[in-house]
Design a protein around this ligand. Structure first.
Ligand SMILES: [Zn+2]
Length: 121
């Protein structure tokens, strides 16, 4: 077996454990306690956009090619440190541990119930 036990080698590079489509709960800020689905992840900025959370008003001017004008609500990016993943299995905010399956795919597991987050992906 190649690559036996090089595990527990800590990578200092922060890796985003949140992906678009995940359900998260906000743990800090004015929207604390709100739940929503991640629509975008901005890895290089360490930010996420969560549907319905951290809404801001945008004043849009009518432009050629743009359908919307006036004031619209849109979710603004927020720090990923302010949200926590919700485990789809136990429905609780949870930390994710990463593991690598024997076939080399990375999965995230709930630290509470041990179920994988990435089942049907
Ligand atoms: Zn769980």
């Amino acid at each position: 077996m190649p690559g036996q036990k090089t595990a527990s080698k800590r990578l200092m590079r922060p890796k985003m454990s949140i992906r678009s489509g995940d359900e998260v709960v906000v743990i800090a800020g004015k929207d604390r306690g709100k739940r929503g689905r991640v629509t975008r992840v901005l890895i290089e900025k360490n930010r996420v956009i969560v549907d319905g959370v951290n809404m801001v008003k945008r004043h849009l001017r009518r432009q050629p090619g743009s359908l919307q004008a006036g004031i619209i609500d849109m979710p603004a990016p927020m720090s990923r440190a302010n949200v926590m993943l919700i485990c789809p299995n136990c429905n609780e905010p949870s930390r994710a541990s990463r593991s690598i399956l024997p076939d080399g795919t990375h999965v995230r597991n709930c630290k509470k119930c041990g179920e994988t987050f990435d089942k049907e992906r």
